[in-house]
Design a protein around this ligand. Structure first.
Ligand code: AMP
Length: 549
């Protein structure tokens, strides 16, 4: 029933009423910024008024190309609460994908950080950005770039009162959107309704989720463009916790300083971030006494990281999820009867992706579609369903056909489930590479490499890397008589033209042939087994990017 449906509005209302003085803190381009729920709620209403005046109405999409900070957080409630849809855009994607995403979503307004304005200007294409009427630069001035319709944030909201009245919305009102990359390279749009975000928030707050309450000080390091920073901005508001946003490109010393100065109790991000922090802690004195737990997800949490944080008195919660699951699906809590087992047995459990969160159901099916036993050995594809799991992609009937089975989402993750119900990911059904928590499409890289006329075959696979999780390595079959050194240079130059630095393979290896499957396709599994030796990339440490994750 409209007005009483499961929507985000009551979360903000409650935080403003019950915790008006609780803080929202952000490290920004202009230094540390502090506000309270009282001030924030006013800013959100002012922003909604400005969006309405700019023509944004029910069902319109508002794009953001921003790091983790207070202004980005304002869009999190302003757009959904007014009936519009918050569409977070990953600035680390190649220009072409950003063009595809903006065009596919038909964004009407796009918010961009000053430090990302150059990236947006480089991706700007009048056709793809045809629906974009306004670009709002989150700052007090507009950089001198080719960004038609750009206005600075202060001017955008100038003169607006904080008296915007939120409409009553139905639970099925689209509220959020995030694109996920697949092997095909064409990103797929996942839409989140009000009800999906509401139910994900409630589940995340429970003890079997991330166990948040009003005493928590939550710092999402996972980017806000990545599945709503795993829903933490919503969940922290729901419980009235303090928010800490680490801003653009935080390095381990920034994170350590924020944890100490703001008393962070919960933080979350991909493994790479925590490897960096642990390294920093080895050489520097950091007071972690406030920090209670770290949520690690997006890629498998290494055992050494779990143990090292245990030694520091910080609990690691290993979580699994996907863009399609909004994202939390499983969390590695210990069941009560396992609390008495020895430490090594407990770590073995906690290394797994964990127990399904209350509210969701899953099953694991083998190649014949039969459910596999929960014996920790038999593996199959994980299928999942529930109130915050998407039931289809935006405008992609072919993907909806292949990626869903009735109400079940086919995750593409190959897993085992043990007798205690702990899910463990053993492989991915597809071959995308995940580096530092971000996807790299192996297929796109292969297409460019194979466009070189002295390359007869090429396959790019992810090779395990201690810091980044995986790094791409290209395996190439060169035409006879080719000058290999020159070929490597030319191939890398071709890739460099189209892709960000961190997409470029760390190594180009020459092989006699690429192993094939029975149907003649490149067998990535065999390439990995035969050639993908971690020593290939152990000395490469791409000083990747301006990422905040
Ligand atoms: P994304 O949609 O970009 O969030 O990526 C989702 C995918 O990341 C999942 O389908 C898994 O393959 C992988 N993933 C997420 N969390 C974990 C985890 N804790 N361990 C291993 N892989 C993970």
């Amino acid at each position: 029933m409209a007005g009483y449906d499961q929507t985000l509005r009551p979360f903000l209302w409650r935080a403003e009423k019950l915790y008006p003085d609780r803080e929202i803190v952000a490290r920004t381009h202009e230094g540390m910024v502090r506000t309270t729920y009282a001030g924030y709620a006013d800013d959100v209403r002012r922003l909604a008024g400005a969006l309405e005046a700019a023509g944004v109405g029910r069902g319109d999409r508002v794009g953001t190309v921003c790091w983790n900070h207070d202004r980005h957080f304002e869009t999190y409630f302003a757009a959904p609460n007014m009936g519009a849809q918050l569409h977070t855009i990953n600035p680390l994607l190649p220009d072409k994908q950003i063009q595809y995403i903006v065009e596919d979503a038909a964004d009407t307004v796009v918010f961009v950080d000053p430090s990302l304005a150059e990236k947006l200007a480089s991706a700007y294409d009048p056709d793809a950005f045809g629906s974009v009427e306004r670009i709002v630069v989150v700052g007090s001035s507009v950089p001198d770039l080719d960004l038609p319709g750009a206005v600075d944030y202060e001017s955008f909201v100038a003169g607006r009162d904080a008296d915007y009245e939120w409409p009553e919305l139905p639970g099925d009102q689209p509220a959020g959107m995030c694109y996920t990359s697949g092997t095909t390279g064409r990103p797929k749009g996942v839409e989140y309704t009000q009800q999906m975000l509401w139910s994900h928030t409630m589940a995340e707050c429970t003890e079997m989720g991330l166990g948040l309450d009003s005493s928590d000080v939550v710092m999402p390091v996972v980017p806000m463009f990545h599945v709503n920073a795993w829903g933490l901005p919503f969940a922290t508001t729901a419980v009235g916790g303090k928010h800490v946003y680490p801003g653009p490109s935080p390095d381990p010393s920034d994170l350590a300083r924020l944890i100490e100065a703001e008393g962070v109790t919960v933080t979350a991000g991909v493994p790479t971030v925590w490897l960096g922090l642990l390294e920093y802690i080895e050489d520097n004195d950091v007071d972690l006494s406030a920090l209670d737990r770290i949520v690690i997800g997006g890629a498998a949490a290494p055992e050494s990281v779990i143990r090292q944080f245990d030694d520091l008195g910080v609990e690691v919660l290993h979580a699994w999820g996907m863009t399609e699951t909004a994202p939390i699906g499983t969390v590695g809590h210990l069941k009560p009867d396992l609390e008495d087992t020895d430490y090594d047995a407990q770590v073995e459990k906690r290394e797994k992706q964990g127990l399904v969160v209350p509210g969701l159901e899953f099953k694991v099916v083998d190649d014949d579609g039969e459910e596999t036993p929960w014996d920790g050995e038999a593996f199959g594809e994980l299928l999942i369903r529930g109130p915050w799991v998407t039931d289809g992609y935006h405008g992609r009937p072919e993907a909806n056909e292949s990626d869903f089975e009735g109400s079940w989402l086919r995750t593409g993750d190959i897993v085992t489930v043990d007798r205690d119900g702990y899910v463990e990911i053993v492989d991915r059904a597809d071959d995308v590479i995940k580096s530092g928590g971000e996807w790299i499409s192996s297929q796109e890289l292969e297409n460019v490499i194979m466009a070189h006329d002295e390359v007869s075959e090429a396959a790019v696979v992810g090779v395990p890397h201690e810091k980044w999780g995986e790094r791409p390595v290209a395996f190439v079959v060169a035409a006879e008589g080719a000058d290999r050194d020159r070929l490597v240079e030319e191939v890398l130059a071709m890739l460099d033209e189209e892709y960000p630095d961190w997409w470029l393979p760390d190594e180009v290896e020459f092989v006699d042939a690429i192993p094939k499957t029975a149907t003649g396709k490149f067998s990535k599994k065999d390439i990995r087994e035969e050639h993908a030796d971690p020593s290939l990339v152990e000395n490469s440490a791409p000083e990747r990017r301006e990422s905040g994750d």
